[in-house]
Every structure is written in C-alpha cells, then in structure tokens.
Design a protein around this ligand. Sequence first.
Ligand SMILES: Nc1ncnc2c1ncn2[C@@H]1O[C@H](COP(=O)(O)OP(=O)(O)OP(=O)(O)O)[C@@H](O)[C@H]1O
Ligand SMILES: [Mg+2]
Length: 362
Amino acid sequence: MSLVAHELSLINFRNAQDRTVILGEGTTILIGQNATGKTNTIEALQLLTTGSSFRHARASELLLHGKDQGRAAVQLKGDGRVVDVECTVTAAKKTFKRNGKPCRAQDLLGTLMSVLFCPDDLSIIKGSASNRRAALDSFGSQAHRGYDTILRTYLRTIEQRNALLKDVFVDTQLLTAWDESIALGGATLLTHRVSLFKQLVPYIQEAYATISGGEVLDCTYQSTLSNNITHLSREEVQQLFYDTLQQTREDDIRRQQTQLGPHRDDLLFSINGIDARTYGSQGQQRSIILAWKMAEVQLAQQLLGEKPLLLLDDVMSELDENRRKAMLSFISQGIQTVITTTNTSYFSADLLKQAQVITYGV
Ligand SMILES: Nc1ncnc2c1ncn2[C@@H]1O[C@H](COP(=O)(O)OP(=O)(O)OP(=O)(O)O)[C@@H](O)[C@H]1O
Ligand SMILES: [Mg+2]
C-alpha cells in the first residue's frame, strides 16, 4: 500500500487560524462557499508534498494576516510507516521538517507524489511554452530522483552563460568552457525530459479519447535543436547541442542570450490534426489538461509503484457532464483524492456516501 495523507493541520496558515482536516483514503470532498479556505487547504497539501505550491506564494503571503508564525503539517501513513511533514512559516521564510528533522523544500520530493488539477492549469495549453515546460518538469521532479537537480543545474549554467554574453568584451575561451558544460547538462535534461514525455503520451492519448468520445490527440515534443530529437542518444544530443552553440554564438552574443536549448523547447498538442492551442475550444483545451493529469497519475503508479495524491481544485464546475463523469469514474479507482466544490450536486449519491465530506464555513 502506498502512503496516504491522513491528517492535515493548519495554524495561522492563510485564512485558517486553527483547522484540522482528517482525509479519507479514497475521496475527500471539501465543500463550502467562496472564500472559505478550500483552495488554501489544497495549497497546503501541495506545499507539504512537493515543497512548492501552484500559487508560488512568498512566506509572508502564507501567514495569517497579523500573525508572526504559522504552520502547516500533514501526517502520511501506509506500509506500516508514519511520515510527518511540516512547514513553519514566518514573515521571512518557510522552513520544512520531515519526521522532526529539518530538510530543504526539494528534499520533500519523492515522499508522497501529488498531482494537482486547477482552473489556472488552462495556461498549460493557452499560455507560453514556459508553462508547458514547467508542467512537464514539475512532474519529472516528483517522478525521478535527481531530475530537479539536473534541471536547476542546467538553468543556472544558462543564466551564467547569458551573464557572460552581456559583458562588453565577451571572453570566448570562457564561453567555450560554459558551452561544454551546458551541452552536457542540457543533453542530460533533454534525454530525461523526452523519455518522460514519451512515456506520458500514450496515457494522455488514451485518456483524451475516453473523455472526448473518440477525438484523436497528438502530442509532440518540439525541440529547438532538432526535429528528430526523440531518436537521438544522450551523447548525440550533447554533440548536437555543443555544435549548435558554436553555430549560434555570434547571434547569441548580439542578442545577449542563449537562444536554443531545452530552456526554449515546447510541447505541441493537436486534435484530429489541428493545433489545439490556436484552434481548440476551451472545453477541448481543458480536456487535454484533464487527460494529462490522469496520465501523470497512471505513469506515477507505473514508475514508482505508488499512488499519488490527486488534488482537484474547483474543476467540476469547469467540466461538462461527460467529462465530469470521466473524472469521477477515474477517481473512483482507488486514488486518494481531495476535491473542492461549492456544490455537491455534481457528485452521485453513491460517491457522497463513500466520500469523506467536509463542510467549510465562513
Ligand atoms: N495570508 C492570509 N491571511 C488571511 N487571509 C488570507 C490569506 N491569504 C488568503 N486569505 C483569504 O483566505 C480566503 C479563502 O481563500 P481560498 O482561496 O482558500 O477560498 P476558497 O474557499 O477556495 O474560495 P473559492 O470557492 O472562491 O475558490 C480568502 O478570503 C482570502 O482572501
Ligand atoms: Mg478556491
């Protein structure tokens, strides 16, 4: 049995002065009017499982207005194990502990994976490429030990190369040294990322076909280095990246930035052969995200042998009836899910009976 989140407690966290939530092993429904603290609860669960939250909040924003210190803590249970994760918040910083021992935010990755689906996720399709890269990288960071470090290291070397490109007289010898390390780090990141995407795609396609009633979704990794990147080995990518950096050097110096590489790549989605970002309806775009999130849950189970915690914030109102049904049938397959809503009429009497239903009041 995988770890499941058992008890969440919030003290002076966002609008919660003192709130304890006992989560079900299956579905927990948080029901309440607007502004009662449902999303704040989802945010706390994401923060405690991944070390960061979709709102990218500063510590001071997490602290209940007027308080000096706050705390979010969750107890995870399973396999005869108990893991306590806590985050203490002051105006200046967040500090994390696992089983009482201080740890860094990124050390929490891999404790219990969580997958979030919220209305803002539409930006994964509608927004710029950085949103799509971030979505894939955030899954990678939870699914693979080391992914996060590879990503951070690569992005740091790109920053350093860009700083060098801004010098009045660019030191080309130093640039060559950076190019070697960027090509190595970038190739490592790219191979991990592409391999993850390749594994995710069949699950996304299958889920999309189910929820859309048979539409065909194509998903392509669009590399700025080559159209053929998915077929290259890590060594070949490294050589290609290094050569590309030499070819674009003059232009990079002129523009004072590294223009090609995995930090500029994109993911393309097309429905029945037509680009979903430009032409897809809002419902189709939302369905791609829904399919993506379902795929993350399935691939996580395959890769880690554990079920992630699924966090669904305010998504029922955004889906039509068929898609709601697909969503609910998916979560009824024994995945621990926390779902927020202002209205229980979206849920069947059966599900409401089985679920842990928690009412949030103003
Ligand atoms: N640091 C903070 N201190 C005090 N209150 C805060 C803080 N941060 C957010 N809030 C408040 O918490 C309240 C609940 O926010 P939350 O986003 O959780 O609502 P919700 O229940 O998800 O509502 P909705 O149904 O509209 O999505 C809001 O009124 C918000 O202004
Ligand atoms: Mg909300």
